[in-house]
Design a protein around this ligand. Structure first.
Ligand code: CTP
Length: 434
């Protein structure tokens, strides 16, 4: 495949990209630095998004070499703007660097050519031309660049079909072996199709099905699949991204029992308060068929899956506790008659589990409404007094301090106490612990 220099429309489109870039945070600084050298080009998703009049999530830039030095210069130029200090980090081994500041993020990579020693393996990399750098990419709409400096400054360079595919909303791989070289592109295909509303071009759809059918995803490390799955979970419409992954057949290729119930997932997300983690809730929802499988202990299976996918220990715990508990919470919620009973049923659980359990009750009971009441009101109810107040009132140290506090909180939750500390202390002292 060769990248072709833009024609007249390519030049016009390139100018459009540069104008769009100048309006983005950090864009002017990047353009100014680029004019001092010959080799800087904006590439990939940033160019695609600017042409689609979407805001890129980050800027991707390639340079001829020394990505880390360019990142440092860029961070210096951005620091002059004031605000939070930009950080620049470089990975010499990969020839990449990253500049992050409060206004955004710029990824810098040394131009490279790649070849795959075997299907699913990490590519072998060497320095390459801009054309070679485009040729190593996943889809035509990402194999697109606008040099910001040098002889071709302002031209649009792209893989064959890139511009028509962008216009027509098509995802097309650059060559027949693309999904076998890098099967994570199967997940990327689904993620981009959901995000951009694009469709796989027929031959690409065929190649994706063939790759899945021949077990391509089994040739990639679970860690890389996990990284792609987390990108899908972080999409602004993550349910749509997972829906596309599921429809492609890639979800069950990761683990045969994973299932997406889109309607349940959306209801659960609607219940989840702002301090919850939508990504973990969604991951847990995919695991529900495992939770309710009577033939297998779900915990070790979930652990192995999430560990292999390299979820952090904290995230893994939250996903497991959510998936394991949500179905039972649904039952407990339907039995809880009073706020204090809801507290007893819910207070030890993740908010993701409560949202998922609450969503499972939709249409069958008042469970969803109860979860809502919990999130909006009851979980914020706390005692004003502490154990120390009870010790001061003459209660001996020991488990009864906790029992008494629990009793006072239950009465407060059920609306049986007047306001204030005195009422709480009286309620705590009234408990007969003999
Ligand atoms: N890429 C690829 N194959 C992969 C991962 C990435 O070919 N498995 C290429 C794509 O061409 C992509 C570029 O590397 O455009 C940068 O990757 P990434 O930042 O993930 O892609 P963006 O398109 O910039 O994605 P987003 O819009 O989600 O930031």
């Amino acid at each position: 495949m060769s990248a072709t220099a833009g024609n007249a429309s390519g030049a016009g489109a390139g100018a459009e990209v540069i104008a769009g870039l100048a309006r983005l945070p950090g864009g002017c600084e990047l353009l100014a630095l680029a004019t001092e050298r010959e080799d800087v080009a904006l590439v990939g998703g940033a160019v695609r998004d600017l042409l689609l009049v979407r805001t890129p999530r980050e800027l991707d830039v390639v340079v001829d070499g020394a990505a880390a030095a360019f990142a440092q210069e860029l961070a210096g130029a951005l620091a002059a703007l004031g605000g939070g200090a930009p950080s620049s980090t470089g990975h010499q081994r990969f020839g990449t660097a990253l500049v992050v500041w409060e206004g955004g993020r710029i990824d810098i990579a040394e131009r490279r050519a790649e070849s795959y020693p075997s299907p699913g393996a990490l590519p072998e990399v060497r320095a390459g031309t801009l054309e070679e750098d485009l040729a190593r990419r996943d889809f035509t709409v990402n194999a697109i660049a606008v040099p910001l400096s040098g002889r071709l400054a302002g031209e649009l360079l792209c893989a064959e079909h890139a511009q028509e595919d962008l216009r027509e909303g098509r995802l097309r791989v650059l060559h027949e072996g693309s999904f076998l070289d890098d099967p994570t592109r199967l997940l990327r295909l689904a993620r981009y199709s959901a995000r951009l509303g694009f469709k796989a071009e027929p031959r690409t759809a065929e190649l994706a099905s063939e790759a899945l059918a021949t077990g391509a995803l089994d040739t990639v490390s679970r860690a890389r699949i996990g990284a792609e799955l987390r990108l899908a979970l972080a999409e602004s419409d993550a349910v749509a991204a997972l829906g596309a992954i599921s429809e492609l057949g890639a979800l069950t290729a990761i683990e045969r029992r994973l299932r997406l119930d889109e309607s349940l997932a959306r209801r659960a997300l609607a219940l989840l308060p702002a301090d919850g983690r939508p990504d973990l809730l969604l991951m847990a929802s995919l695991l529900l068929p495992l939770s309710i499988d009577p033939d297998e202990d779900p915990e070790p299976v979930m652990f192995e899956l999430l560990d292999g996918l390299e979820f952090t220990a904290g995230d893994r715990e939250c996903v497991m506790r959510t998936a394991l508990v949500a179905p039972g919470l649904f039952k407990e919620l339907s039995l809880a008659a009073k706020p204090s009973e809801m507290h007893e049923a819910l207070s030890a659980h993740t908010i993701e589990a409560i949202a998922l359990g609450g969503a499972m009750g939709e249409g069958t009971s008042s469970v969803t409404a109860e979860a809502e009441i919990w999130f909006e009101r009851l979980r914020h109810v706390h005692l004003e007094i502490t154990g120390q107040d009870l010790l001061d009132a003459g209660i001996p140290a020991g488990p009864q301090v906790g029992w008494r506090l629990t009793h006072a909180l239950a009465r407060k939750l059920d609306g049986e106490l007047g306001g204030g500390r005195e009422a709480e202390i009286t309620a705590a002292l009234e408990l007969d612990v003999r």
